[in-house]
Design a protein around this ligand. Structure first.
Ligand code: SF4
Ligand code: SF4
Length: 127
């Protein structure tokens, strides 16, 4: 999974990446890194089964983390049955007070279990 790690000016001088690697011992590839004294962005590729832990580790260090948009809901097809809500491993799909579902893109790790679970083809992979 590809994850963007965004460093702001206040955090760019800290050895955050090294600390995450040492503490979590999760290997990942650094695909690109555009960082200077003002901050910047590092794009990494993490093992799918470790992505959630890695995202959490960077967030704990106060770094902004973004994942690519992996799935989206097709409103015309969705009947709000909740099947995808039940299966999402990171609670990226929530039920609103009016019993409609909402996808929280920032929390989605792209496992695609919701796509496979929807009986109506109402949640689809974004290519
Ligand atoms: S499983 Fe499909 S129809 Fe049911 S709430 Fe999720 S997206 Fe909507
Ligand atoms: S792709 Fe996975 S993490 Fe993202 S909303 Fe679907 S079930 Fe949740």
């Amino acid at each position: 999974m590809k994850i963007s790690i965004i460093f702001d000016t206040g955090r760019v001088g800290e050895a955050i990446t090294s600390k995450v690697i040492l503490e979590r011992k999760i290997p990942f590839n650094i695909l690109t890194a555009k960082i200077d004294a003002k901050g910047g962005e590092m794009l990494i590729e993490a093992p799918d089964d470790k992505a959630a832990e890695l995202i959490e580790a960077f967030k704990e260090k106060g770094v902004h983390v973004e994942t690519r948009k992996f799935v989206e809901i097709v409103p015309d097809k969705c009947i709000n049955c909740g099947q995808c809500y039940s299966i999402c491993p990171v609670d990226a799909i929530i039920y609103d007070e009016d019993y409609t579902i909402t996808l929280k893109q920032h929390d989605c790790i792209g496992c695609l279990q919701c796509v496979d679970s929807c009986p109506f083809g109402a949640i689809v992979k974004v290519s």
